[in-house]
Design a binder for this molecule. Sequence first.
Ligand code: S3P
Length: 437
Amino acid sequence: MTSHRFQPQGPLSGRLRVPGDKSISHRSIMFGALAVGETCVTGLLEGEDVMATAAAMRAMGATITKQGDEWRIHGVGVGGLLQPTGALDMGNSGTSTRLLMGLVASHAITAAFTGDASLSKRPMGRVIEPLSRMGASFEASPGGTLPLLMRGAQPAVPIEYRLPVASAQVKSAVLLAGLNTPGITTVIEPVPTRDHSERMLRGFGAELDVEEIGGERIIRIHGEAELKPQQVVVPGDPSSAAFFIVAALITEGSDLVIDNIGLNPTRAGLIEVLRQMGGNIEELDRREVGGEPVADLRVKHSALTGIEVDPAIAPSMIDEFPVLFVAAALAQGTTVTSGLDELRVKESDRLSAMAAALTLAGARVTECEDGLVIEGTGGEPLAGTTGEPVTTHLDHRIAMSMAVAGLASRGGVEVDDTSPIATSFPNFMALLEGASQ
Ligand code: S3P
């Protein structure tokens, strides 16, 4: 564990660039590993989570190397994954685990999946259930958790699956299993979640169609697909940019440009909510990169006002609530959030972890069953922590959110463990330090 005290450091200014999108980075490695030929990826996030995906795809036969700034992936073809010789270590990464379980489900492979203490508490039943219906079988730890052993089915059976939880990981697991399944596999999504799998699978040449009926999305993938190698340019991660957006909004005198941020509408909920709170966030040079909308964002210090956040927007900002809670703690008035049960099964229980951490830093927070209610300071700095540090629970986003809270505190915020930050944002500390010089 590496503890660190995050202190006020003055206005954030100039320009910075955050690393590549985590969701797109995972998928570019997985899909490249299933294409026949060489896929080249630039802007890949080189965080621990994505490296866990790369190690697993190597263990199942793909060749993955880095030359200069470019990652090159030699795929084995859909259906061509090999039996790994050891367990697949997923580290802290739920995305690696759930998407790779989908991939393995329709291959004649037996694979053991293991992970760290945080990942080993997270529910895998949500993918075990549909993948079992497709013919895979599982021996999981009690409660449907890791470590688990899975036997893929060959051939797998196509299913029509209505998602019981709004989860892009579950959707993607079923679609990826469908890639090597004869016939058409269908996922019905009552609430739209991030659609990178759909966009990218189409880009790699899969036959995939999406129909929208009465607000629901019906996604059909044709199995026994042949994927063609691609040149992938990964845009900057809006979930990583989120920490700098909020840092600039709550730090007096800030005027910061964050370059090249992915603004896929299924990911951009935080920006909308912060604007509703009075945040000054300007989009510069809107363009398209790798099939995704992208812009540079100019963010200026703003007086924020508390709001009631519409729960319908939650799926498009599901990873951004921890840092939104920090913005709310500095806003004028009350912010009410609800409908956030999913936050309890992320890398940590993010409702209880953020309630505890913000309270320790001097914020006024009430934890409810499915959300937090936060009374903001109206721009006054938080007291900061004096005795104990805040606890991150192996959760990168708790560590980074509380780092941002430290900027708007009188005495600084001590974070017990900054090492989880490397899972998604290895240069976070350096960028944060550099932003105020
Ligand atoms: C992700 C989906 C989301 C998100 C995670 C990445 C993805 O998880 O929280 O960080 O890349 O598909 P859920 O599917 O559990 O909502």
